[in-house]
Design a protein around this ligand. Structure first.
Ligand code: FE
Ligand code: FE
Ligand code: ZN
Length: 300
């Protein structure tokens, strides 16, 4: 089982990320190379990288199972403000270079939102942008994430993902499935094998390089995108466990992006990461009804 969560990338950069992942009992992890909401980035510190590699070796974490996520503000679909579109392209190129420095092989990207443009125009803009960004011989592959279809998001159906991939003049592109997004887009995760068959027919199952494992706060087809802790949403623990244990995706890293557990401590609102507990629950294969209370108790 290749399982982990998204982790921080702060003071000690990837060294801090690895330590955090190990503290959760993970053998995979996903990081943003800075804050997810902005594009301020520090220089990669090679000393931290060397230290991180040692800890990864000691803990059997392969660099193949380390994923980067591009910041949300990159939007390749909307070309109305040409400066922002150009900035998204150049930032994504720089982010890929940072991944190459770190040895990270996959970067997850939200395809983009077309805003006032049509879906079709949005998808064409994404294709045009990706053709500027993707290099055949780059050691880092962009993974298009399947989206919930909130607002004007492109890439909320397998057909749209296929359309983008078909338009890109390179085979150096893959896909990241997200169970919450699939559910919110209208794909019933209870029929996950059928979704995979459909994916294989349209795109080819070998294109799936990462799966985000999240429960959803909303019903099938809600087009919302609000993640929930495993077993506490509309998808359910058993269904998510079946995705994690699916034989066809056994070599693909599974990454949790479930919400932090909040706790009101007098005047301040605290929030704790659920990942150590969710990973334990996944490994045990048994749903823990007390998960939220156990997390609050552990971190108090
Ligand atoms: Fe994402
Ligand atoms: Fe995701
Ligand atoms: Zn999401």
């Amino acid at each position: 089982m290749i399982i982990g969560s998204h982790v921080h990338f702060s003071k000690e950069q990837i060294l801090g990320s690895v330590k955090e992942a190990v503290s959760y009992g993970a053998n995979a992890f996903m990081l943003y190379t800075g804050a997810p909401q902005n594009t301020m980035r520090n220089e990669i510190n090679l000393n931290y990288l060397e230290e991180a590699k040692k800890i990864m070796l000691e803990n059997n974490i392969s660099i193949d199972n380390v994923i980067c996520h591009a910041p949300y503000i990159i939007n390749l679909a909307n070309k109305e403000k040409i400066d922002s579109w150009n900035f998204s392209i150049s930032f994504l190129k720089r982010e890929i270079k940072r991944c190459e420095t770190l040895g990270i092989k996959y970067i997850v990207l939200h395809p983009g939102s077309s805003v006032k443009l049509t879906k079709e125009e949005g998808i064409n803009n994404i294709i045009e942008a990706l053709n500027f960004v993707i290099e055949d011989n780059s050691k880092c592959m962009i993974l298009l994430e399947t989206m919930a279809g909130k607002g004007s998001e492109c890439g909320s159906s397998l057909e749209e993902i296929k359309q983008i991939i078909d338009g890109v003049n390179s085979s150096n592109i893959g896909v990241c499935l997200d169970t919450c997004h699939l559910n919110d887009a209208g794909y019933n995760i209870n029929n996950f094998n059928e979704i995979l068959d459909e994916f294989d027919r349209l795109i080819g199952i070998d294109k799936i390089k990462c799966v985000h494992i999240n429960d959803s706060k909303n019903v099938l087809g809600a087009h919302k995108d609000r993640h929930e802790n495993l077993g506490f949403g509309t998808i359910g623990f058993e269904t998510l466990l079946n995705v994690i244990n699916n034989d066809k995706l056994k070599d693909v890293p599974k990454i949790l992006e479930t919400p932090y557990v909040s706790k009101n401590d007098g005047d301040k609102e605290l929030a704790y990461p659920p990942y150590k507990f969710e990973i334990e629950m996944i490994k045990s294969g048994v749903f823990n009804n007390n998960l939220i209370e156990d997390i609050r108790e552990f971190y108090k």
